[in-house]
Design a protein around this ligand. Structure first.
Ligand SMILES: Nc1nc2c(ncn2[C@@H]2O[C@H](COP(=O)(O)OP(=O)(O)OP(=O)(O)O)[C@@H](O)[C@H]2O)c(=O)[nH]1
Length: 411
């Protein structure tokens, strides 16, 4: 298990045996599932599409082969209209499709999976035609509040649409998950880029758990790629775990740092610096050039001390100014060098495959934990168990075993 677990996100040890059980079950049915998946792929373009069923006592194979044959005519028509509009690159269809994947409504959720499977098949076909080259370059951008992220994305985005690219910008706002408030969405951001016909800007889903928000962001990436956006920028603010989540969904992860020392920099976590493929010191203009150079030198030295994580790439620290535009074209050239190096070495494809696995397990983790917590036997026993553990009557390990046994025997 990796991903959020690796970053120390809440994964009680008690859950591990349960996850292990799921993993064992998964491998037992893997052969059968793969045959069914093959059949599923063939069915994607024609008629019934498979989705996972939520029914109890349904084996993995049965669930995968459970066909949404009960799609109503209206549902089919809506999905067809959305899909056609999306692959023709209509921004309104893309926005509607993302709204569908963000929904909490159970039936619409199922429909969104039908749509996604079809878009995935379409993307796979386009990649096959392109000789395996990904259809889009995914770039994650993170930094503390006020680092200059939106100003930078506006300048970079305009430059890229000017070069003929189609750019989408997705946001992951961690505050929307906890408080329902927003760190990112309160002001008008990227005004020029939002008016650009070759750009698409989507704010963060406004509520849900971080896992839920990052799941929909991952799915929104697929939709943007289906709509022909060849550059997908995913922005997040460097608070909480959201930046780790974003780092795990992109090809290139960029950390933006303002040229202010001391307190402002203390908010930047060491762990996230290790994740960065590029560090960008922002606002390198006027009086800020000198502090920006200082920060650049500090980070260059700090990065040298880190373990090398790639054979083909050494993280770089560059300075830019969104106000003057200085350094932005050069930075884009570096981003392209990165992409080319990663593509030709095969590291980019490996990274994407690994990311898929990370997401699979983090989604299982989140859902399995909820399933466990909502189980009536567990809910009934939990207060007493917690009381006895906190009083030191029984060990947490034993309490976890007992709760898991209650969960298992009543499945
Ligand atoms: N001097 C200078 N100021 C800049 C530059 N880029 C951004 N700023 C200023 O920095 C402040 C924050 O910029 P934003 O682009 O809103 O930063 P952000 O990281 O998106 O901020 P949040 O949305 O709060 O996370 C604004 O007052 C900008 O005018 C730059 O290149 N040079």
């Amino acid at each position: 298990v990796s991903g959020p677990l690796r970053h120390g996100a809440m994964a009680p040890a008690a859950l591990l045996p349960f996850l292990y059980r799921i993993r064992t079950l998964s491998s037992a049915t893997a052969k059968h599932s793969s045959q069914i998946l093959q059949r599923t792929r063939a069915e994607l373009h024609h008629g019934p599409v498979c989705v996972l069923s939520h029914r109890r006592n349904v084996s993995m194979g049965e669930a995968l082969s459970h066909s949404v044959s009960d799609l109503t005519v209206r549902e089919r028509t809506v999905l067809e209209r959305l899909y056609e509009g999306l692959i023709r690159g209509q921004r309104s269809s893309l926005a509607e499709c993302i709204t569908l994947v963000e929904t909490q409504h159970p039936r619409k959720k199922e429909l969104s999976q039908v749509l996604l499977q079809r878009v995935l098949a379409y993307r796979q076909e386009r990649e096959r035609i392109a000789g395996g080259k990904p259809v889009a370059f995914r770039v994650g951008l993170s930094g503390p509040p006020g680092a200059g992220k939106s100003s930078f994305i506006e300048v970079l985005g305009k430059m890229l649409t000017g070069k003929g690219h189609k750019v989408s910008v997705l946001a992951v706002d961690p505050s929307s998950c906890t408080t329902g408030g927003s760190l990112m969405g309160d002001k008008t951001r990227m005004t020029e880029l939002s008016r650009d016909m070759n750009a698409f800007i989507r704010p963060s889903p406004s509520s849900g758990t971080l896992g839920g928000v990052t799941r929909t962001t991952n799915e929104a990436i697929v939709l943007c790629e289906g709509a022909g956006y060849d550059i997908v920028l995913v922005e997040t603010v460097g608070v909480g775990q959201s930046e780790f989540a974003v780092a795990d969904m992109v090809d290139l992860f960029v950390l933006l740092i303002p040229p202010a020392g001391g307190d402002e920099l203390q908010g930047i976590k060491r762990g996230i610096i290790e994740k960065a493929d590029l560090v960008v010191v922002t606002k390198s203009d006027g009086d800020l050039v000198v502090p920006a150079r200082k920060i650049q030198a500090e980070y260059t030295s700090a990065l040298k001390l880190l373990r090398k994580k790639s054979k083909t790439w050494t993280p770089k620290v560059v300075r830019v100014s969104s106000q003057t535009g200085q350094g932005v074209p050069e930075l884009w050239d570096i981003m392209l060098q990165y992409r080319d190096a990663k593509l030709s070495s095969g590291e980019l494809q490996i990274r994407r495959r690994e990311q898929q696995k990370v997401w699979l397990w983090s989604l299982i983790q989140e859902n399995a934990l909820r399933h466990f917590q909502e189980h009536p036997e567990v809910q009934a026993a939990l207060p007493e168990m917690e009381r006895r553990v906190t009083q030191g009557d029984i060990s947490p390990g034993l309490a976890a075993d007992l709760l898991l046994r209650a969960f298992r025997t009543t499945q």
